[in-house]
Ligand binder design. Sequence first.
Ligand SMILES: Nc1ncnc2c1ncn2[C@@H]1O[C@H](COP(=O)(O)OP(=O)(O)OP(=O)(O)O)[C@@H](O)[C@H]1O
Ligand SMILES: [Mg+2]
Length: 264
Amino acid sequence: MKRLLVILVGISLYGKPYHETYRVNRHVKEKLDAHSGLLAKKLKQVHQGTQKHGVWQFDWLQGYYIKYGLARIEGMEKMQKVIDRCNLSSITVADKRVYRIKGTDIKGTDRKPSNRNCAIVIKRVKAENNLAPVTLDEVQQLCTIMHETGYISMTGPLAKKGPNYIRTKDGSFCLIDTESRYDHTNLLKGFIRLLQSHDYTRDLSEEALKHILWEVEQLLKEKPEEIRYTIRALKICLKEQSGVPTWDYKSYIKNFCKQLKENQ
Ligand SMILES: Nc1ncnc2c1ncn2[C@@H]1O[C@H](COP(=O)(O)OP(=O)(O)OP(=O)(O)O)[C@@H](O)[C@H]1O
Ligand SMILES: [Mg+2]
């Protein structure tokens, strides 16, 4: 009997829809309910492809972001599992909640939870801008989560479309975009993006930058055909640096590229 109970509880927890597991609080729900028509319209536009960007902020829900895509919740769970299993003490995932559009669970043809009737709700993560550059241990944690999950969009402050992590007051890296691509076969691109979206004076310590380059080097051993693309990307990275260097990363990267060419 006890065993049966455990199995039944297990099944019901497993089958619980996201909007119940990650419920928004009552105060937020009231505001969302009052604008459920607008939200349904916005979700539909993204779903049908008439609007590309599914990230919104509204005056009537200050301090929050509302986003399209239940994949963000799958991504959040995936990241959290790795953080726990690998003890990644410097990484957190933004607390994402799911709002079910008012009325869709009781009537209509659209009853099954979906991207059209569920919106993702996230508190704004406050960025701390005066932190020391990323250390070796911290960058290793970022690289671990990339290797473990295949996440290739770990972009930082220089990212043109906005960063996918935010550094908070206690120095931790809060992952805010868990929907982007997961692709173990394309990790090289992920590390290049990491290099492209950071300032080498302000954001990365010398050890951190050298570590990312080391990751790149390891991956290129398996994919020498990507060496030319990598060298081109690194040259662009150097051109885009505007800070006053605290160490000679220019010579280091030029030498790194030279070695890559020689090993080709
Ligand atoms: N919870 C949050 N706290 C603070 N800023 C956020 C939060 N969520 C999103 N942002 C801001 O909005 C930007 C876009 O959000 P996000 O990365 O989740 O969307 P996206 O799906 O990647 O969209 P895009 O196609 O623009 O990258 C972020 O780079 C960040 O500047
Ligand atoms: Mg993003």
